[in-house]
Design a protein around this ligand. Structure first.
Ligand code: SF4
Ligand code: SF4
Length: 320
């Protein structure tokens, strides 16, 4: 089996090397892997920045509590309809003719005027186009928050969180990545380690689109492998180099063997196997990465091996 890393494209003048950690489904140990790898990179490599692009459920910060906030700002990447009552002639066509395909338009009987459900509105603009008075406008609203802090482990941690009802998680991911790029000085070289979202939707595509390497974390269950296969399909389409980490590798023998078979058939390198280890949940409860909690436990040793593999085979020497 060939090593999928051998085709890594070297940039002419690299200044940022981006590694992502994704999974087809949530809850399979993605943040366990990215958190400990960030600590290992901090200990042994050049500048490391950790970013959490799992904007619908950012958890990486939970492993690095107590950091110093450097920057914190709202992002407007979502559009919503705003009703303009002064223009309305109360013809009621917007509700009777069902202008809105997203059930976001209703009628306020008390005021005898239309009402927009901000959560349901997708900002498509149909109401503005169809209203004879153009009594709606499309405005940009807060869609999330980006926070930049210095983690207690000593590296910058940037994470974003989608606001309830925002429909543009992918755009928020793009904004996080742009911000991360902006905090690397022109003459610096940095490794950016991104904890990505699960699934195969827009946030995942936005996360992996320009990565140099992606780790797919899979637990040995049929559903996890099925979902990971879909995520790997996205990576293949985007031509992103990748390798598999099997988390809880000894949890179910048949599922484990299915992953080995899948990796072999698809010519994907298994870059690490993390056995079940109760130090992992214990560390999470304490708000720490497992590597910080106990660097000599079985899970930490496996993570250290994955880190060594990345240094040896994936990350260019100029970043180490
Ligand atoms: S269609 Fe336009 S003018 Fe008529 S009730 Fe709705 S918002 Fe008002
Ligand atoms: S912008 Fe589109 S989704 Fe929002 S209320 Fe108007 S028609 Fe509905």
């Amino acid at each position: 089996m060939s090593d999928s890393n051998q085709n890594i494209t070297q940039k002419d003048q690299p200044d940022i090397f981006k590694i992502g950690v994704i999974s087809g489904k949530g809850g399979v140990g993605k943040t366990t892997v990215s958190g400990s790898l960030a600590v290992l990179f901090k200990e042994h490599a050049n500048k490391i920045i950790a970013a959490d692009c799992d904007v619908d459920a950012p958890n990486l910060g939970l492993l690095f509590k107590g950091g110093k906030i450097i920057n914190n700002f709202k992002v407007k990447t979502t559009e919503k309809a705003k009703f303009l009552p002064d223009l309305c002639i109360q013809c009621k066509r917007c509700v009777e003719e069902q202008f809105c395909n997203f059930s976001a338009l209703g009628w306020n009987d008390d005021e005898d005027l239309p009402i927009v459900d901000d959560i349901a509105c997708e900002g498509c603009g149909a109401c503005r186009e169809l209203c004879p008075q153009q009594a709606f406008e499309i405005i940009q609203v807060d869609s999330g928050l980006i926070t930049h802090e210095t983690s207690p482990a000593g590296f910058p941690l940037v994470w974003g969180e989608t606001k309830l009802g925002a429909t543009t998680s992918g755009k928020l991911v793009t904004e996080i990545k742009k911000y991360v790029d902006s905090i690397v000085d022109a003459n610096e070289r940095a490794i950016v380690l991104i904890d990505g979202p699960p699934g195969i939707g827009c946030p995942v595509v936005a996360t992996v689109s320009d990565l140099d390497y992606t780790i797919i974390v899979i637990e040995p269950t049929s559903t996890a492998l099925h979902d990971a296969d879909r995520a790997i399909g996205v990576l293949k389409q985007l031509n992103i180099n990748h390798g598999i980490v099997i988390n809880k590798s000894d949890a179910w023998k048949r599922g484990y063997e299915e992953i080995l078979h899948y990796a072999d058939e698809n010519n994907i390198k298994i870059i690490g196997e993390i056995p079940m280890d109760n130090k992992v949940p214990n560390a999470t409860v304490k708000g720490q990465t497992v590597y910080e909690y106990d660097s000599s436990c079985q899970a930490s040793k496996s993570l250290a091996k994955i880190y060594s593999y990345l240094l040896e085979k994936v990350v260019p020497k100029s970043f180490q």
